[in-house]
Design a protein around this ligand. Structure first.
Ligand code: HEM
Length: 271
């Protein structure tokens, strides 16, 4: 079954809107018979240009909606769904607007920036679909703080099981000090080769032959600890990649707003 996410929001409501918009724009473009070369200067060209500019303003508003926590203007998921589909439709609207005419000028620069933002948007969608929990800022419905508390509880259980056994207790303490990442750059790989829990688990495996019930349980708990750490690392990696992606998507969007304004002003200036 298809997972319900921002792409399938309300049975692809905004995908249908975008398709309807595209069919209309393409039909008008094909049927249009302007007295001058098709492009931004025809009546249809002005219409498509206005539509494109309105779409860009709407797409930019997502940044405000994201921060308006008390807003009643639709859910964030719905906004994002509309953002993605109407953003994709913009690629066609902008291309029809300029009538496939390109050159070394501010108009083509604004067009190129539009395409760059759209392409970067597709990359963002891939990231979000790969790790849906990024949308809610939670891993399995839990915040990272709650997961950290689970790990502390797990450590306390291990300490209890290892009491009066100094060697085991030392291993448990060593593992409890494990860092999610020892180096900043590991946020990009999602791996920590110096993980104390992995090290302790390897040592517990060696003493496994002489293991009793308590050390077996410690081993199982440490194994779970390591699995949880790996999932946190993978989640933090995805979150870091998303933050990096936003560093492209958002500034390029602002640059687009500036280029779009310059494009519109220059068109009316030379009118
Ligand atoms: C000219 C076109 C576009 C503009 C101006 C634009 C602008 C923006 C802005 C301002 C944000 C808010 C970022 C923030 O404040 O955190 C955003 C987020 C986003 N955009 Fe776009 N965007 C465009 C096209 C697209 C397209 C075509 C897609 C996908 C195919 C897309 C996907 C996304 C995604 C996934 C987010 C993240 C939302 C979140 O973090 O909750 N964008 N965009």
């Amino acid at each position: 079954m298809l997972q319900d996410n921002f792409m399938s929001f309300q049975r692809f409501r905004y995908a249908k809107w975008a398709i309807a918009l595209l069919v209309l724009c393409i039909a008008l473009y094909v049927l249009d018979n302007p007295p001058i070369k098709p492009g931004g200067g025809t009546v249809l060209g002005y219409g498509l240009g206005t539509l494109g500019a309105l779409l860009i303003v709407f797409l930019l508003l997502l940044g405000m909606r994201k921060r308006a926590y008390a807003s009643r203007m639709g859910t964030l998921r719905g906004w994002l769904s509309a953002h993605v589909y109407l953003g994709l439709a913009l690629a066609v609207v902008a291309t029809l607007h300029c009538g496939f005419e390109f050159g070394w000028n501010i108009h083509t620069f604004a067009y190129a920036l539009t395409m760059a933002v759209i392409i970067s948007g597709i990359w963002g969608v891939v990231l979000y679909l790969h790790q849906p929990s990024l949308m809610s800022d939670r891993l399995d419905g839990r915040t990272l703080d709650q997961i950290a508390q689970d790990l502390r509880d797990l450590d306390d259980r291990c300490r209890l099981l290892a009491q009066d056994r100094p060697t085991l207790l030392a291993l448990v303490e060593e593992s409890s000090g494990a860092q999610i990442f020892s180096l900043r750059r590991q946020r990009l790989t999602g791996r920590n080769r110096h993980c104390a829990t992995a090290r302790v688990l390897a040592r517990l495996r060696v003493v496994g032959d002489q293991a009793d019930a308590s050390s077996n349980e410690i081993y199982t708990l440490q194994f779970r600890r390591l699995q949880q750490l790996k999932r946190i690392r993978s989640y933090v990696r995805q979150r870091t990649l998303t933050e990096i992606w936003l560093l492209f998507h958002v500034p390029m969007s602002i640059a687009l707003l500036v280029a779009l304004t310059a494009h519109i002003v220059s068109v009316f200036f030379y009118w």
